[in-house]
Design a protein around this ligand. Structure first.
Ligand code: NQM
Length: 363
């Protein structure tokens, strides 16, 4: 016997995974997590008995419900699973899966389209972050086709605009959780920062790397990975995150001068595998470091003047442009971050979990 759970399988930005209505899952969190592990087929390196794709970027789940706070249309809870672990982490955000939330809610009919475009306010329950998301809805249906291109996804799709309202200190106590813009850990200069994603930034050259290595080369670089993990464990304590051994953050990012006309080059470990591109809030966080005096990006990042800046964060498969609006009174304070993503409904149906895991909601 198996239990069917209504599910839309969606790509959000450069990630993908199953999306559920919260009300279709068990209310008990421990049981819900068992169900999600069974849905994804974790723990198993290839997730062969589930829907996961054997990589952190395809081991993600979205859960959505109508908004519960005044002015909020939708609540979104993101869960990061791992292929080879039995963890279900709802602590950090995922700006990529976030891109699929409004299309999912429209498809499931829990919100209504507004016209040619639909803009809804989404609260991410993981960290309490709010954003406005605009999707194309001509004729009252979600339009997935369009001309927008994001690096890391083949072809073009309809644009989805995300306007973040408050990202500083998402998981950490503040933007600069150590209280400093630059720290030295074991002789290495780092910037520990959280503008939507806890991250440790350091110069690739300080690790004897160029920052333009391929993802395969990075993932095969055992010496580098050992050094990065040792650094991460120490930075976790310094950032007030405690023992981060089993946590999916902070993400570790090598930065380098731009190689293709952008603002900065990056190679991100999330945290043990090198990202093919860069996470959404990771890009917002790196872009923010680029405008902070004294960060490890100073003297390396190329940033234009003006109160609204477009910062192109280069990554292994292209670039990720983030628009930052800076406070006129304090030009180092980011008051708004906006960016473009795309999403697509890939499959509509029911995820099946063994009844031994969950017998389903009683009628
Ligand atoms: O930073 C990967 C991704 C992410 C997270 C990761 C993300 C974000 O690319 O907002 O989207 O950093 O684990 O999906």
């Amino acid at each position: 016997m198996q239990t069917p759970i209504p599910c839309l399988f969606m790509r959000g930005g450069t990630s993908r995974g199953p999306f559920f209505l919260e009300s279709d899952l068990p209310a008990d969190v421990a049981l819900r997590d068992k169900v999600l592990l069974a849905v994804m087929g974790s723990p198993h390196a290839r997730q062969i008995d589930g829907l996961g794709g054997g990589h952190p970027l395809t081991s993600k789940v979205g859960m959505v419900r109508p908004g519960t706070l005044p002015g909020v249309d939708l609540d979104f809870l993101f869960a990061q699973l791992q292929p080879d672990r039995d963890t279900v982490d709802t602590t950090p955000n995922c700006g990529n899966m976030l891109a699929a939330v409004v299309p999912f809610a429209l498809e499931r009919g829990i919100v209504q389209p507004q016209g040619d475009t639909t803009t809804l306010r989404v609260l991410t329950l993981n960290t309490g972050m709010q954003c406005d998301i605009t999707v194309q809805t001509p004729g009252g249906r979600v339009e997935y086709a369009g001309d927008a291109r994001i690096d890391g996804v083949p072809g073009t799709s309809a644009p989805i605009a995300i306007n973040f309202l408050d990202t500083a200190g998402s998981v950490c106590s503040g933007l600069l959780p150590t209280g400093r813009v630059r720290d030295v850990i074991d002789g290495l200069e780092v910037t520990c920062i959280d503008n939507g994603m806890p991250m440790v930034l350091f110069r690739a050259s300080d690790m004897g790397r160029t920052g333009s290595e391929s993802v395969d080369a990075m993932n095969a670089d055992d010496d580098l990975k050992v050094r990065i993990e040792a650094l991460r464990l120490k930075a976790g304590h310094l950032m007030g995150l405690g023992d981060v051994k089993a946590k999916n953050y902070p993400k570790m990012c090598l930065i380098a001068p731009p190689a293709a006309g952008g603002a900065v080059g990056t190679r991100c470990f999330i945290p043990h595998v090198c990202h093919d591109a860069i996470g959404v809030l990771a890009a917002v966080t790196v872009a923010t470091a680029c405008v902070l005096k004294g960060s490890v990006a100073e003297g390396l990042a190329v940033v234009s003047g003006g109160g609204v800046k477009t910062i192109a964060v280069e990554h292994p498969t292209g670039e990720f442009s983030v628009e930052l609006e800076l406070d006129a009174a304090d030009p180092e304070k980011v008051i708004r971050a906006a960016l473009l993503r795309t999403a697509r409904l890939l499959m509509k149906g029911e995820a099946m979990v063994p009844a031994s895991v969950w017998e389903g909601k009683s009628a």
